[in-house]
Design a protein. Sequence first.
Length: 136
Amino acid sequence: MKAQVKWIDNKRFVGISGSNNTIVMDADKQARTAGSPMEMVLMGLGGCSSVDVISILEKSRQVVHQCYVEMSATRAETIPAVFTHIHMNFVVEGENIKEALVKRAVGLSAEKYCSVAQMLGKGGVEITCGYTITSI
């Protein structure tokens, strides 16, 4: 995997993935013209886990209409201001969704499959998970 990050101006940068997709990042806390690099890490965790959860639920023959993850993170007060705790709450909406299967999918993602969660966990970040189910 390869990537490149180029400075645009001030504290803004553009990231270019090896697959030639781009994303803008802004570390200026006043301007906030784009997500910060740490917000990108948090969203990367949410994306990685969401892929797992949806994949596991689909393999379990659950009919999911919507799934999203709400995340909150705490950072250290000293530099480097690393994440110390992240909580993820998955909201799953679908037809007759079985709670045991959602619980299993969320757990497997956090504990086994999500590469980002594994990487952050090995770096000392405490990651907790929950879920909310809305059946139609």
